[in-house]
Ligand binder design. Structure first.
Ligand SMILES: [Zn+2]
Length: 415
């Protein structure tokens, strides 16, 4: 019965999905006459590089709590062989790491015996392990052909960037990559309805399915009706993004110490304290985010404090240079290894959002010192990164022109 179900599933799989993963081999033979080209097309269908014609192909997806042996016994593979497959293949793939929902395929003899010949398990979207049971057991890992496609996306924000991309059928990972590029210039906590974006990017594809965003080549973001360009360019061997005025997008400080949160309280000299119930200066910016959300150091620096105190709870303080220091309060946990004198880079995780110390709910209170005085980071004219160097200007201008023209040619989806 299980065999039959497996077969039905696989037949459907072949009908729907095989056209994508079959590779037709085209052999071109040039004869003596240079004008006469014989093209021999091999019509064989391949699955995992194996010609399917010579086998019966069955398979399914791993079910919840299903073991390697439970699967294989259904296909008439005896326990001794299963044990050998698991043992000899341990270094290549540990069968205890089988995951529900992943696909497996069994190639059997094309006769009434249907003896299992080859077993394939998909470790992830790209890699798979092959157990070749013909003659002596051979076990190896292989990869599906990966292609990189240049694509474009555009949209008008209705709720969040992530949802807008997802609703239009794009890989929503694009939202994360975009927000990283713009982390220094656009406040994603104040993203507006009707903000617009256009992006040219490279996507990694396997069998017609997206497995990830490789990189963004260029992007245009319209925020509060203001244009923000991001054009990729390599300068001093460093890949970076630059704007239409040849300035770098990366600033000395990140806009915020957490991603995708909201500001729940701004820096002010007079604010009603929700816990102490009195007016008190709030010399920080509070970002409300779920407990456990990673907190990033907003710039490169050296840890000066990483400890617990009654009011601050678990907190970390980072000295960036002789002028700037930042502090992050109320962490549920300080990241392991974060202690005084440790160097951190911009974007490194230093702890996790919590509500330790004097706090009503999970948030991070972000404090910013300039020359020993607490200031509002959003009112500071913070230094920008290096612009395009003179020597690279001609080259950048050329790329910029092509990219801006391409971006302008992308249309927004009609709502
Ligand atoms: Zn605060």
């Amino acid at each position: 019965m299980m065999r039959l179900i497996g077969k039905i599933v696989l037949t459907t799989f072949i009908l729907l999905g095989l056209s994508n993963c079959s590779d037709q081999k085209v052999n071109e033979e040039i004869t003596n006459n240079p004008d006469q080209v014989d093209t021999i097309i091999d019509q064989t269908t391949y699955l995992y590089g194996i010609p399917v014609d010579s086998f019966k192909v069955v398979g399914d997806k791993v079910k919840k709590n299903q073991f390697f042996s439970q699967i294989l016994i259904q296909y008439g593979i005896n326990y001794a062989t299963i044990d050998k497959m698991a043992r000899e293949g341990k270094e290549i793939f540990d069968v205890r790491r089988l995951r529900a929902g992943r696909s497996y395929t069994v190639f059997t003899t094309n006769d009434s015996l249907e003896t299992a010949q080859i077993v394939i398990y998909e470790i992830n979207k790209i890699e798979y392990v092959v157990y070749d049971l013909r003659d002596t057991l051979k076990i190896y890992r292989a990869k599906k052909p990966v292609t990189v496609e240049t694509k474009t996306a555009s949209g008008v924000i209705t709720s969040s960037l992530y949802l807008t991309l997802e609703q239009q059928g794009y890989n929503p990972e694009l939202a994360i990559v975009l927000s990283e590029i713009y982390a220094w210039s656009i406040d994603f906590y104040h993203i507006q309805k009707n903000d617009k974006f256009k992006v040219i990017y490279e996507e990694t594809m396997v069998e017609g399915e997206s497995v990830g965003i490789k990189r963004i080549k260029s992007a245009y973001f319209e925020h509060f009706k203001k244009p923000y360009y991001a054009i990729q360019f390599t300068q001093n061997k460093n890949l970076g993004y630059y704007d239409e005025e040849n300035r770098g997008l990366r600033r000395q400080f990140l806009k915020a110490p957490v991603k995708f949160s909201r500001i729940s309280s701004r820096f002010s000299y007079k604010r009603f304290h929700p816990v102490q119930k009195r007016n008190k200066a709030h010399l920080g910016t509070d970002y409300a985010a779920p407990k456990g959300t990673p907190i990033y150091s907003t710039a490169n620096g050296i840890i000066t404090h990483a400890k617990y105190s009654k009011y601050n709870g678990n907190y970390v303080k980072v000295k960036h240079n002789s002028v700037y220091t930042t502090q992050y309060l109320h962490m549920s946990k300080i990241k392991r290894g974060i202690r005084p004198s440790v160097r951190v880079k911009q974007g490194d995780v230093i702890g996790f959002v919590g509500s330790t110390g004097l706090a009503t709910g999970p948030h991070v209170c972000y404090r910013f010192w300039k020359n020993g005085k607490q200031v509002d980071p959003y009112r500071q004219k913070l230094p920008k990164s290096e612009p395009i160097k003179k020597a690279n200007l001609k080259k950048y201008e050329k790329i910029k022109k092509v990219m801006v023209t391409e971006l302008q040619g992308i249309k927004y989806p009609s709502l």
